[in-house]
Design a binder for this molecule. Structure first.
Ligand SMILES: CC(C)(COP(=O)(O)OP(=O)(O)OC[C@H]1O[C@@H](n2cnc3c(N)ncnc32)[C@H](O)[C@@H]1OP(=O)(O)O)[C@@H](O)C(=O)NCCC(=O)NCCS
Length: 131
């Protein structure tokens, strides 16, 4: 069943409209394209928390709840749910406004990714202490 929602009242990490080159001949957007955007969106709070570069070490879970179509306005919400010594785990939720036109919103994807703060040699680096 399709969930019709409002966009969350919090700041959006990324907004993007998929193009025909991101989809198959039927206009359905490739899952791999969505995964790449989710990775970018999740890296934004992770690199802010790390105050520098991060690398994606794990995609812990990824669910495509509804299809995404060319022309949808996609909004990516990314929240840190856990931090460790070097790692930051981020929840990413993706909502679609069909053909960019409607106020009705459908949650299309949810994912959990872990990033590791890295130094200039690409080795793990401790997260900075939060005051
Ligand atoms: C990221 C990288 C530098 C980490 O180095 P590493 O020696 O494997 O890291 P460690 O074993 O010390 O673990 C680092 C952190 O990741 C966490 N971690 C390791 N494996 C994990 C997994 N499968 N899921 C979630 N977290 C994981 C550890 O718990 C640790 O967190 P903590 O310090 O907060 O406790 C290295 O794995 C790497 O370069 N990977 C490739 C990254 C990349 O290129 N990503 C893009 C896609 S190709």
């Amino acid at each position: 069943m399709t969930d019709l929602l409002q966009l969350p009242q919090k700041s959006c990490a990324l907004r993007v409209v998929p193009q025909p080159s991101d989809a198959n001949v039927h206009g359905d957007v490739f899952g791999g394209w969505i995964m790449a955007q989710v990775d970018i969106a999740g890296s934004i709070p992770a690199s802010r928390r790390a105050n520098g570069r991060v690398a994606t070490i794990a995609v812990n879970s990824f669910v495509f709840k509804q299809p995404v179509f060319v022309g949808d306005l996609l909004s990516f919400y990314a929240d840190i749910v856990k931090t460790g010594n070097t790692s930051v785990t981020v929840s990413v939720e993706v909502y679609a406004q069909r053909m960019s036109l409607t106020e009705e919103v459908v949650k299309v994807t949810e994912a959990l990714l872990t990033y590791v703060a890295t130094d200039s040699d690409r080795r793990p680096r401790a997260l900075p202490v939060v005051e």
